[in-house]
Design a protein around this ligand. Structure first.
Ligand code: GLA
Length: 341
């Protein structure tokens, strides 16, 4: 074993289109961002008291048969927790890679995604889907990632030259372990059962709209239409069609607000403010909703104006964070020593 301390940085992720579909066989288009979580580990006399996510990750590594010694763990982050930008997945993935480096071990990228999901969902008990871990690990060195959560497919599409994502925290921390997220997942399952379908990918928009229970019909309509938008977004990125990407982001927000009902007045205000700025092509909430961050696609000439306008719409939230996010390499691209293709 290498007794020297080891460090790993994992990026957060920002969804472009494809929210609340990862646990329903859907398609997601997202990027890894430059903000992230850094984890330092070094052998110690006993495991330091760390939070539930690093502890769950150590357990998952030990379950895998790795001889993980007692560790001292230090965490620093440029990515805030509860912002909807995958800080939890970044923390689990960075912890795992720091430990792999300490041990001089490596792991296939897909297995790292599964290990981090197992740690967060099964050991720590957060009912998350598979999106965040895959985005953190598999995002390309340059460009956006298209994830198919039905068959596990992952492919890269180019980013839009001259565009960035202006992101602003609403000041309300969201909670994937909270009631809202659990309820949406249960409603998605109930809608699928009423449809008598094996997968939402087999459900047409017309079938989704005609689910007997009106609330479940809205939930099913979001899931089916959001995957259609994500597929169109992937095509628009491949064609360099920034205007269409922006339209799809705004349509995604409207569906999350009206059909899935996971937005908040603050998120709606930040989105509306961004959409009114010259050079902004579309905006939406990012992550699970119920708080967290709003994000806008804007040309680089107007990025600061867009951020300022979003912040002005959220007077109480100043200081919780506003950033210009750009596509950044995923963890597999950053750590080829510890993550095999
Ligand atoms: C959270 C979850 C993800 C996904 C998103 C919504 O980030 O961890 O699995 O469901 O919400 O798209």
């Amino acid at each position: 074993m290498n007794p020297a301390p080891a460090r790993a940085f994992a990026p957060g992720r920002c969804t472009l289109v494809g929210e609340h579909v990862d646990y329903a066989d859907g398609v997601v288009v997202c990027i890894a961002v430059q903000l992230g979580v850094t984890v330092d580990v070094r052998p110690a006399a006993r495991d330091a008291a760390v939070g539930p996510l690093p502890a769950a990750t150590l357990q998952a590594l030990r379950e895998r048969g790795l001889a993980v010694p007692p560790l001292d763990i230090r965490i620093t982050a440029t990515l805030p927790a509860g912002a909807g930008l995958s800080s939890s997945a970044a923390l689990c993935c960075a912890t795992a890679v720091a430990v792999l480096r300490l041990l001089g071990e490596s792991i296939p990228a897909r297995e790292l995604c599964d290990l981090a999901l197992h740690a967060e969902r099964d050991i720590a008990g957060v009912p998350c889907g598979p999106l965040d871990q895959r985005a953190v690990v598999l995002s390309p060195a340059d460009g956006a990632l298209v994830l198919d959560c039905r068959d596990g497919g992952a492919r890269a599409v180019p980013w839009l030259d001259g565009y960035v994502l202006a992101a602003c925290h609403t000041g309300v921390t969201h909670d994937v372990g909270g009631d809202g997220y659990r309820t949406r997942r249960a409603e998605a399952d109930a809608a699928l059962a009423l449809l008598g379908a094996r997968s939402f990918r087999d459900v047409t928009p017309q079938q989704a709209r005609s689910v007997g229970d009106p609330l479940l019909a809205r939930r099913a309509t979001h899931i089916v239409s959001e995957t259609a938008r994500a597929l169109e977004c992937a095509e628009a990125l491949a064609n360099g069609d920034a205007v269409r990407v922006g339209e799809l982001m705004s349509a995604s927000h409207a569906s999350l607000r009206d059909a899935y009902e996971v937005s908040t007045p603050a998120l709606d205000a930040a989105v509306a403010a961004a959409e009114g700025v010259e050079g902004c092509l579309g905006a939406r909430l990012v992550g699970a909703g119920f708080g967290g961050t709003a994000v806008a696609l804007v040309d680089a000439l107007h990025d600061e104006a867009c951020l300022a306008s979003m912040r002005a719409a959220l007077p109480g939230a100043a200081g919780r964070g506003a950033w210009l996010l750009v596509p950044s390499p995923g963890l597999a691209a950053l750590a080829p020593d510890a993550i095999r293709a």
